[in-house]
Design a protein around this ligand. Sequence first.
Ligand code: BES
Ligand code: ZN
Ligand code: ZN
Length: 483
Amino acid sequence: MDKIQESEKLREKELTEIIILKKEEINECKNSDLLKKYNYKAKGTFFAQEDNILYVGLETNKSHLDKYSVYEDVAISILKSLKSLNITEAILDINNVHFKCDVCKYIFIQALILGCYEFNIFKTKKTEESIEYNLNLNLLSNNLNDRKILEDIKIIAQSVNFVRDIVNTPPNIANSTFFADTVKNEALKLDSNCVEVNVHSNDFLKQEKMGAFLAVNQASNFPAYLVHLKYKPKNKDGDLKRVVIVGKGLVYDTGGLSLKSADYMTTMKADKGGASVAAGIFYAAVNLNLNIELHCILGITDNAIGKNSYRPDDVLISREGKSIEVKNTDAEGRLVLVDCLSFAQDLKPDYLLDFATLTGACVVSLGEYTSGVMGFNDKLKASFVESSLKVNELSHTLPFNVHLQKLLKSSIADISNISSSRYGGAMTAGLFLSEFIRDEYKDKWIHIDIAGPTYVSKEWGINSEGASGFGVRSCIEFLRCLV
Ligand code: BES
Ligand code: ZN
Ligand code: ZN
């Protein structure tokens, strides 16, 4: 789906026409007699074969929770119906669609693109499910601005799909080297006048005294990587805000010696979701020419088990100089992150964000669909949540408090890598990170735990089973609101 056509030429072709209508529009629409005959009341879809028209119901007053997702639902039912009818070319005149607001229109078009995503490269038998299905959906619009909107959406969708692909790629292929190379190669396709890529590995991490990050990598068959992507737009006026985004890139998380049980280990290929989304945000920001200076720092390794594994009881010295008592090797993401966050603060950011599939506890508290936003700056947290909701991704704030903070005490080191309580794990993980944020950056930092929405176990909204690419849309919206 990549065309918005102004001309009427397409109408003359034998294309399937899609008509979206509300219940009260049935009487005035094309073929209203036929629709009445079949008792179609603008609920779900109805395909009038003789006229080659697909009718799709728009139920705008479902509930006040459905302000935007009703439009996503319509887009998804269009895609599903076209696929099941094996229709590969269709037209939809969006001039006639009732959109409650411009955001609704944006979300609808975006859903038409993002809802087409499939990951079936490993299917050797081409079943109906796995066969590549290429839809050519022509949107008709008299509004020139819709073309701009479509261009914008395509850039963002390309990044979301990049994130989905990389997160979906299995760990026997997507090892740390593959991941770092893929991110680098993708960045090298961008405008070299304003983009710089640096891929650092173990020697650099040693030189930088990243003892926490290195410990996690100890048993791996592959190096650890810190990928630094930098974007500085040319010829832009005024003061550029410097934004640094850090991402957790665990290409696989076995839990290490504190080994995960079988049920909890599956899907841990998605533990690279934070670094993947950071890369996705980077590509989108560059292609959209955003007026900010952006650095993305990706901490990449796996958390393997082997004779060189780091152990519970080890004490590590982080780049910030703080000592950490390891009480659980499965709380590895925060170890990688604190060294990356330390590196990130040296870049003197105006805003510092981190994305991480950090805790199962975040999924327990907010559910699978919502990311948890933490930090000390209420305005910044609220701004991220607002941006997220505006693009129909879900985020909510989680609070820090001093009682939770005390649970991280260690008797032999400066801090323990896990809380002494089984409760409040998302916040104690966030508070662990906060201990490595210097005072001058405390109000500039937010932590986004994306453990829930990164990987979809049962399809919802525009996401089929697998990686969602969550965070690209929220963050791009957030960055746009900064400037
Ligand atoms: N990668 C996991 C968190 C996770 C869980 C992500 C479920 C996605 C879905 C993380 O490294 C982890 O294992 N966290 C532990 C922390 C615990 C040991 C304090 C967890 O959540 O159980
Ligand atoms: Zn873990
Ligand atoms: Zn992890």
